[in-house]
Ligand binder design. Structure first.
Ligand SMILES: NC(=O)c1ccc[n+]([C@@H]2O[C@H](COP(=O)([O-])OP(=O)(O)OC[C@H]3O[C@@H](n4cnc5c(N)ncnc54)[C@H](OP(=O)(O)O)[C@@H]3O)[C@@H](O)[C@H]2O)c1
Length: 317
């Protein structure tokens, strides 16, 4: 049997979650290689390879010798249908060639609107948005490869990210934490009075590491635990309490979003996902918690750690 020191885990993607996951795995004593196109800052215990993963041969080469492969890639938000599936195919080829377990990080777009019903793993993938259908088709490809016996797969799903170093590409990034810290209003589109699950990046990394190291994970979909779900308003109030000043919201009216969508491709992409903030958006993580026995970070701790990172970042820049 392999000891942790013998095993090689390869993390595709060195972004918000990929880098946190690589650090988590290295901390467990596992040999880690990260793969992306642009060299990230060097970190102890983490080897790095350059590869364009859209090229399956390059992806397979970068992951040679892996026992576990993690998919933490992302494609430009305005080009998901064209650019995202080829990335996953590269990772799939790499996992098949290496005979590795493939742990894939997904978001919740594939489910589509649930009318406010909490999302469990049994929910059908019924998305009607462009990005949601792309995600659902990618999931179907993974499951088909697993079904055909080509690869072992474990899927981990998370909601909108926040956490240290999460600045872009998330509702709870720069325009909420950065603005709040600077005493400006937080930008938010939707109803802040509704419950909304936000996933904390260190929890996502811990969850994915469990999927990659616990034999019970393979062959299933898992909702990754995070801080308890509250309303966005309650989260901002908690943040305000820690900052010692109120955090007001600058909300963008629906009509303005629609008007902006005409001119801005990114606004168009955001607009199609706005249903997530017009109804309760709650991720049920009880399946993971009942099997693996761990829950997410308390919300106050997660917010404090995120603010602490933003403070350091602000004073360093
Ligand atoms: N953002 C959220 O709130 C959220 C919530 C839940 C789930 N998710 C999901 O989590 C996953 C990861 O998202 P993220 O926000 O962590 O991503 P991210 O920070 O944008 O990082 C994406 C990574 O992919 C790499 N990459 C992109 N194209 C590549 C290519 N052709 N070859 C090699 N590497 C490539 C990038 O590095 P280079 O550019 O250097 O190649 C980067 O390291 C996505 O599936 C996303 O849908 C996101």
């Amino acid at each position: 049997m392999n000891t942790p020191e013998d095993r090689l885990h390869v993390v595709f993607g060195t972004g918000q979650v990929g880098s946190a996951l690589a650090g988590r795995l290295a901390g467990l004593g596992i040999r880690v290689r990260a793969v992306s196109r642009n060299r990230p800052a060097a970190r102890p215990g983490i080897d790095w390879r350059a590869a364009d993963v859209a090229d399956p041969e390059a992806a397979a080469d970068a992951a040679k010798g892996a026992s576990v492969i993690y998919q933490c890639l992302n494609a430009p938000y305005t080009q998901w249908p064209e650019r995202f599936p080829p990335l996953q195919r590269g990772v799939l080829t790499a996992a098949e060639r290496a005979g590795a377990l493939l742990v894939s990080l997904e978001n919740l777009y594939g489910y589509g609107p649930t009318g406010g019903r909490p999302m469990t793993e049994e929910l059908p993938l019924a998305a009607t948005t462009v990005k949601g259908r792309t995600r659902a088709a990618m999931t179907a490809e993974l499951l088909a490869a697993a079904e055909a016996g080509r690869v072992r797969v474990a899927i981990g799903r998370a909601s909108d990210f926040f956490g240290p170093a999460v600045t872009q590409g998330s509702t709870l990034g720069e325009r909420v934490f950065g603005n709040a810290l600077a005493g400006r209003r937080a930008d938010f589109i939707g109803d802040p009075g509704l419950p909304h699950t936000y996933s904390y990046v260190p929890d996502i990394a811990a969850g994915l590491a469990t999927l990659g190291t616990d034999a019970r994970a393979a062959g299933q979909v898992w909702h990754l635990p995070g801080p308890p779900t509250v309303t966005t308003r309650a989260l901002l109030d908690l943040m305000a309490g820690q900052l010692g000043h109120p955090v007001a919201i600058r909300s963008v009216p629906k009509l303005a979003v629609r008007a902006l969508s005409l001119a801005s491709p990114l606004m168009r992409e955001l607009a199609e996902m706005s249903y997530q903030f017009d109804q309760p958006f709650v991720l049920d993580t009880s399946k993971y918690e009942s099997v693996f026995g761990t829950a997410g970070t308390p919300l106050a701790d997660a917010v404090a750690a995120t603010l602490a990172w933003y403070r350091t970042r602000t004073s360093a820049s």
